[in-house]
Design a protein around this ligand. Structure first.
Ligand SMILES: Cc1cc2nc3c(=O)[nH]c(=O)nc-3n(C[C@H](O)[C@H](O)[C@H](O)COP(=O)(O)OP(=O)(O)OC[C@H]3O[C@@H](n4cnc5c(N)ncnc54)[C@H](O)[C@@H]3O)c2cc1C
Length: 458
């Protein structure tokens, strides 16, 4: 099949999708000329059953019917990762943050219990880890972002022992509280890498919880807390950066900008940072001894995505930032941490993206009549980062990553530490996550904002 014919086939799947049987014929025709037909095929395949993938697949499987939607997800356990900060800080149990995947995946969806190993959008297939192929008419990619502990010299050997922990991994999140409790004095270091990461506030949140813990134990004067970030400011959005600078100052936490963790010597308990930027020390390295080290590892797009035709230059799924439709393959969408969307990667962002994606994909599936009846939905870059600063204190950052402006839900100044914001994040949002977001019925606080703070101003 020529490139032109393939492009025409893709357009057929994308634009002329009203009749399912027609598309099934199309798939068969594609397969017979190019490769053997995949043993199974679905109207929609969702790769990844995390926060974003389940928010999308629940609604789609309900609307499209049983076994029309398949979810490719290898993990038997689903983690509510926003709770990991609380687990690491000793405020929630690890059990609170997990459920069996079987309990959270929509009953009408077909769960394929494997990892995707390759994506072939020209053939409309996903290859699984065991080599079998799964066909689709529409693909949604929601496979998250990969932790890359190996990118820091010595880190793979050091993590999980001798005072080195990370809230970012279910394997090491419980180590954070265990090692924090063992601290008697010395340096407690918290790092933030130069790569894109999920929840860009989490690297510093745990520093505030550690500060509070050390104060409660009466050892704060014996512990020096340092936040080492590869970035040039403490938080991307000016309003919240000013608030967090003030919080760090008031707690006596040293903020070291443009310091990128490059090596960890576990047995000697020493962390080495490279100084970034263009200042007099740029390019030099600084080695700091520690008693406790919380690492936020560098992250990258999953390899099976970055190797595929769906990736942009940075390896993430190359989608239109408003419609979430792929830039070159119109029957492909992506959302959440694996997408190219230029906003902060959070579950809050994924919830808002899920609403837009579902609207636009269903509109496309239903064809021209639906397209005439309703305009395409557009994502505005909304995201939220609840910056926990203590047991009952939290700065509730809400903003658009597209405009860099606050987009707050409530009428009070959310840059101030509030007990209400803490309660919302620690107790209300986790329940919403299990009961509503994963079932596809929570798409963020827009409706509340309309009443509580109609302009969204911060
Ligand atoms: C410590 C920490 C604190 C956080 N705090 C907050 C917060 O306060 N607020 C907030 O909104 N967000 C927070 N987040 C971020 C939030 O958890 C993520 O942004 C969100 O989970 C993204 O959803 P996702 O579906 O894109 O990725 P994930 O939820 O990570 O899901 C990706 C899924 O894809 C699966 N997968 C991976 N590879 C493959 C493959 N090859 N084939 C098939 N499936 C695959 C994985 O098993 C996983 O189930 C935090 C994250 C962490 C780690």
């Amino acid at each position: 099949m020529s490139t032109v014919q393939l492009a025409a086939a893709r357009l057929a799947a994308a634009r002329l999708a009203p009749a399912r049987s027609l598309l099934r014929c199309h798939s068969a025709r594609l397969s017979s000329t190019a490769a053997a037909a995949p043993p199974s095929s679905y109207r929609v395949v969702v790769v990844g059953g995390g926060a974003a993938g389940l928010a999308v697949s629940s609604t789609l499987s309900e609307k499209l019917g049983a076994n029309e939607v398949a979810v490719v997800e290898p993990s038997e356990v689903h983690y509510q990762q926003p709770l990991f900060t609380f687990v690491g800080g000793g405020l929630k149990s690890f059990k609170d943050a997990q459920r069996p995947t079987a309990d959270v995946i929509a009953p009408q969806a077909k769960w394929i219990r494997q990892a995707a190993a390759a994506l072939d959008p020209a053939q409309n297939t996903v290859t699984l880890a065991d080599g079998t192929r799964v066909g689709y008419e529409y693909l949604v990619v929601a496979a998250g972002i990969e932790l890359d502990f190996g990118a820091v010299k010595g880190l793979e050997a050091a993590i999980g022992r001798d005072g080195v922990a990370s809230n970012y991994s279910p394997m090491y999140v419980q180590k954070t509280f265990e090692f924090l409790q063992a601290v008697r004095g010395g340096n407690a270091l918290f790092t933030m890498p130069a790569t894109p990461i999920k929840c860009a506030g989490a690297p510093q949140k745990i520093a505030y919880l550690a500060d509070e813990l050390f104060r409660e134990k009466g050892i704060r004067d014996r512990v020096s807390i340092g936040y080492y970030t590869a970035l040039g400011k403490i938080f991307a959005i000016d309003k919240y950066a000013a608030a967090m600078d003030a919080v760090a100052r008031s707690r006596g936490i040293g903020v070291h900008l443009l310091h990128d963790l490059v090596a960890v010597d576990g047995p000697a308990r020493r962390a080495t940072f490279k100084v970034l930027g263009s200042g007099p020390a740029a390019g030099e390295t600084v080695t700091v001894p520690y008693e406790f080290l919380h690492v936020t590892p560098p992250m990258r797009a999953p390899g099976f995505i970055s190797r595929s035709a769906l990736a942009n230059a940075a390896g993430f799924v190359d989608v239109n930032q408003h419609t979430l439709q792929h830039a070159r393959f119109p029957n492909v969408y992506a959302l959440g941490d694996c997408s190219s969307l230029p906003t902060s990667k959070t579950a809050a962002a994924a919830a808002a993206q899920a609403r837009v994606l579902k609207h636009n994909l269903l509109r496309q599936i239903r064809g021209a009549a639906a397209a005439d009846a309703a305009p395409a939905a557009e994502y505005d870059g909304y995201t939220s980062c609840p910056l926990v600063t203590g047991k009952h204190k939290l700065v509730l950052a809400e903003f658009s990553g597209y405009t860099g402006q606050p987009h707050e839900t409530f009428f009070f100044n959310q840059a101030n530490e509030h007990a209400f914001s803490y309660w919302l994040t620690a107790d209300v949002l986790p329940a919403i996550y299990w009961r509503s977001m994963l079932k596809g019925t929570w798409s963020g606080p827009a409706a509340i904002r309309k009443v509580a703070n109609p302009t969204g101003s911060g």
